[in-house]
Design a protein around this ligand. Structure first.
Ligand code: NAD
Length: 509
């Protein structure tokens, strides 16, 4: 089943959609309200693909119980042992790489090449933290005085974590939380997005080739990887469900001592409100973006155009880091605009190099923004207002808009689809002002050949990540996260360690 054709044929052969089960304490269990399912659709065809359990409070409790029971032992397991488990997980994921990529592509709609990149990154998440914990360094200070001490910092795992992820990069973002959680000695309950729960599930794709017994196919891909890697029972549990019900119950559980969340800003605010009274609960919120791409007049357009297009349309614009507001120096504006439109038309074709958007709801949301753009008099250089009802899959043509007002909702709100606006600027100061004129502050792209401008402008953009003449470069040791409405805290390397550990200072006489 590790080719799209075979997977498609398999899906068509099923009498009913795949039904997912929770994975708790290394066992598969039905949720406690068997009549409550969430339908999950194949974005390419619009057909029903799977049914995701809407897990109830009792299921959440069951999973949190398991993680709480596992914590005392796992938190005292040696770094070496934890590292070995993580490396085994990475190894099994590597062996099944293509299989994961195929199902990630089917579930989310992303192209298979994009899915392969993300599966590779998911594997790197485990490898990175497996080795990170073996090479941590700390400083000792010698304090002289009436009482002389040796003073040092010590960290210990926080406890049970809620790990909640969105639908745009399902496996990559979930493992970005799971890997550091178990590496730093915490245990967890992971809840993938209800829109794309398939990759975390369906061991069927691993085992159906070996067994004909259909009962065996009701397992989780990711869960089974953990089991094969001998991750002890209860250390990582996966439950399925919606946000307001299952996710919220998980976040609010008093036994959950930390929340690592990636998703929309409105949900992040809700989670912050829901946890505010529990002062000791660790909170990491990676939220939405409306990222500016600034292009100065010294660039080489043959490089700037493909880079700006990729940053806008990769994964159909459904990456929190996509550059969805392009600002170009007026001297090259018209030239850039026509080259971009031409490039996008030639290189971003639905079904070939670009996939559908994830769901019917998301299709409707993006369509409504495009309708508004039309009403407000925006110019469509590519793309059009899609039909009101999605026919045969959730396809939206990559759309380049110009002549959009700065205060338009299209310019201010995250659309999270294949839509980009292009506007001119006259001075460096104006470019910075336009870039920062947004509630979000996640990422930005700066294109120029002028080294001093890279610093002058780069250091003033309100964004947690500034890419200069590049985009989406990730190094797992560097801090990742946003300013302003784009989140609280950072993840990656020592920043992830801060999320998952408590710090104490010891003064030893
Ligand atoms: P979402 O906020 O709707 O959902 C994200 C997750 O939160 C889902 O698993 C959902 O079930 C859960 N959830 C919803 N309400 C909840 C609640 N009250 N309590 C607990 N959990 C709840 O986001 P989405 O639509 O799945 O994802 C798209 C958003 O994610 C975009 O805004 C995008 O920018 C953002 N995102 C951010 C990053 C980042 O690193 N900053 C990365 C990827 C995506």
């Amino acid at each position: 089943l590790d080719t799209t054709e075979r997977a498609d044929a398999y899906l068509t052969s099923l009498a009913r959609p795949i039904r997912l089960q929770n994975y708790i304490e290394n066992n598969y269990s039905d949720h406690s309200e068997p009549s409550h399912w969430i339908d999950s659709f194949n974005p390419r065809t619009g057909e029903l693909l799977a049914q995701v359990p809407r897990s109830a409070l009792s299921d959440v409790d069951h999973a949190v119980d398991a993680a709480s029971r596992a914590f005392p032992t796992w938190s005292r397991t040696s770094r070496q042992e934890r590292s070995e488990v993580l490396l085994r997980i990475a190894g099994i994921l590597s062996e099944k790489k293509e299989l994961f990529a195929v199902w990630e592509s089917i579930d989310q709609g992303k192209t298979i090449s994009r899915a392969r990149v993300e599966v590779d990154r998911a594997i790197s998440n485990f490898r990175y933290f497996a080795t990170y914990i073996l090479h941590e360094e700390g400083a000792v200070r010698y304090v002289d005085g009436p009482v002389s001490t040796m003073t040092y910092e010590h960290r210990s795992p926080v406890g049970v974590f809620a790990l909640i992820s969105p639908w745009n990069m399902p496996l990559y973002l979930l493992t970005w939380k799971i890997a550091p959680c178990i590496a730093f000695g915490c245990t967890g309950v992971a809840k993938p997005s209800e829109v794309t729960s398939m990759t975390a599930f369906c061991e069927l794709f691993l085992f159906v080739q070996q067994y004909s017994d259909r009962r065996l196919i009701r397992k989780q891909v990711l869960g089974e990887v953990f089991r094969q890697a001998k991750l002890p029972p209860g250390v990582m549990n996966i439950i399925f469900g919606d946000g307001p019900g299952t996710g919220s119950a998980l976040v609010k559980s008093p036994r959950v001592r930390g929340v690592s969340f990636t998703g929309g800003t409105a949900t992040g605010i809700r989670i912050r409100q829901d946890t505010v009274a529990d002062i000791g609960k660790h909170l990491s919120l990676e939220l939405g973006g409306k990222n500016p791409t600034l292009i100065f007049d010294d660039v080489d357009l043959a490089e700037a155009v493909p880079l700006a297009a990729q940053a806008a349309f990769e994964n159909s614009g459904q990456i929190c880091l996509c550059g969805s507001r392009i600002y170009v120096h007026r001297a090259i504006y018209e030239n850039f605009l026509s080259k971009l439109a031409d490039y996008v038309q030639k290189n971003y074709r639905c079904g070939e190099t670009i996939g559908p958007v994830v769901s019917r709801e998301h299709y409707t949301k993006i369509s409504s923004y495009l309708k508004l753009a039309k009403e407000e008099g925006a110019e469509f250089l590519t793309g059009e207002v899609p039909s009101v009802v999605a026919q045969q899959g959730f396809w939206i043509t990559p759309t380049v808009l110009s002549n959009v007002r700065t205060d338009s909702r299209i310019m201010r709100e995250e659309i999270f689809g294949p839509v980009v606006t292009v506007s001119p600027f006259d001075t460096e100061e104006e470019a910075i002002e336009l870039a920062n004129d947004n509630p979000n502050g996640l990422a930005s792209i700066l294109m120029t050949k002028d080294l001093s401008r890279m610093r002058r402008v780069g250091e003033r953009i309100d964004a947690g990540l500034v890419w200069v003449n590049c985009w989406l470069v990730r190094e797992l040791g560097t801090a990742f996260g946003g300013m302003k409405a784009s989140g609280i805290g950072r993840e990656g390397g020592s920043q992830s360690r801060d999320v998952f550990t408590n710090l104490r200072t010891l003064h030893v006489r």
